[in-house]
Design a protein around this ligand. Sequence first.
Ligand SMILES: Cc1cc2nc3c(=O)[nH]c(=O)nc-3n(C[C@H](O)[C@H](O)[C@H](O)COP(=O)(O)O)c2cc1C
Length: 161
Amino acid sequence: MIKSIVYKSNTGHTKQYAEMLSEVLKVPAYDLKEAKSNLKKNDEIVFLGWVCATKIQGLSKVKKYNVKCIGAVGAYPTEKNYIESLRQANKLNVELFYLRGGLNFNKLTGLKKKVIQLVGNMMEKENKAENQEMIKLFKDGANYVSDENLKPILKYINDNL
Ligand SMILES: Cc1cc2nc3c(=O)[nH]c(=O)nc-3n(C[C@H](O)[C@H](O)[C@H](O)COP(=O)(O)O)c2cc1C
């Protein structure tokens, strides 16, 4: 039985998804620190982590638990190929779901903020027709967190766990 949702969030989107799942599934949502003091080795969990340069953050810290499925939270649009590349980049052998988060410039700081601004400026310079949505996202930020995005992972949990 799933004991909790464990998450690693930088600017809040992943935390939002973890809390939404927690409410529906009636299990607590813990960040990594809380998980350490509340969970035991091999406890069954669902892990949600934000994506940084294709790597799901926090994955190495949850190896001691029985991770039943993973939600990767990123800013890019949801596409089959993208989910597959995340699975490969993170060498996963459990079910992976992609949950679109967003970009929150009010909470991004330091180098991370600079990197995003740099990528945004590069895309803006290139000004490709197919990048217009991303150019706007990298300029203004956006929050795509929704109940709709959670449906596939919720269905998997309800059907299998
Ligand atoms: C330095 C940096 C690198 C990122 N790399 C990716 C990436 O490779 N793929 C992606 O989809 N999103 C990427 N993002 C966007 C974040 O994953 C996105 O903002 C996510 O919603 C953050 O979740 P959080 O609010 O829980 O921290 C990156 C963000 C930063 C700051």
